[in-house]
Design a binder for this molecule. Sequence first.
Ligand SMILES: [Zn+2]
Ligand SMILES: [Zn+2]
Length: 244
Amino acid sequence: MTFNNGRIGILDAGTGIRKLGHDFAARGIEQYDNIFIGLSHTHWDHIHGFPFFTPAYDPRRHFTIAIYGKDRTVDNLQSIFATQMQHDYFPVPIDNMGADLIFWQSDNTEFTTPSGIRIQAARHNHPGGAYGYRITEGSTSLVYCTDVEHASGIDPNVVALARDADLLIHDAQYTPEELKEKRGWGHSSWEQALEVALQAKAKKVALFHHDPEHNDVFLLNIEKECQKLFSEAFLAREGLEVDI
Ligand SMILES: [Zn+2]
Ligand SMILES: [Zn+2]
């Protein structure tokens, strides 16, 4: 995310963060004081891009890697990040990356940053638990809600978090048919993502967390189907920029 004052924030640290690191260099991002990385949860696909995030090797950089909310199941966030970089798995230990890394586990579900960005976190159903975030600057809101399984019907807490969002980024891993076979796996269908967007009256919805078994042709067909039901629905794509 890039805010009005040019500062950036990051949500999760999956494979996309590797390319974001290259964008830091290409765009000359000079935010050296602190960059916030908010985590939905610590499943592998949400943290394993971090060892390949080149700005974390720059000793001038400072990152706060944070996970929020009550009833967290994460005991030691620092150790989760350090473990994936221990020498059995990766050549560089986390302490040798270079940047200053602060790990922050907060019970707060709501706070406002010094620059006036309001962040709300809400836990949703996922194996091990996961959090959705609503990030508001002025009257503009982005809601990030991935790795969510709507256990019975649509979770009203997710709809409340996404209420009137300018952009909702929602899990849409499965087709409605696949979802029937994948109960308990912790994800949503594209149909449920649209349902949340419609109930919440979100202005745009980005379908996120694509199933690795779905190829581009398959996904583009899903996007077409979704746009028949919700014209401002689109697939999240690597490198995509959305103005809100
Ligand atoms: Zn997960
Ligand atoms: Zn995931």
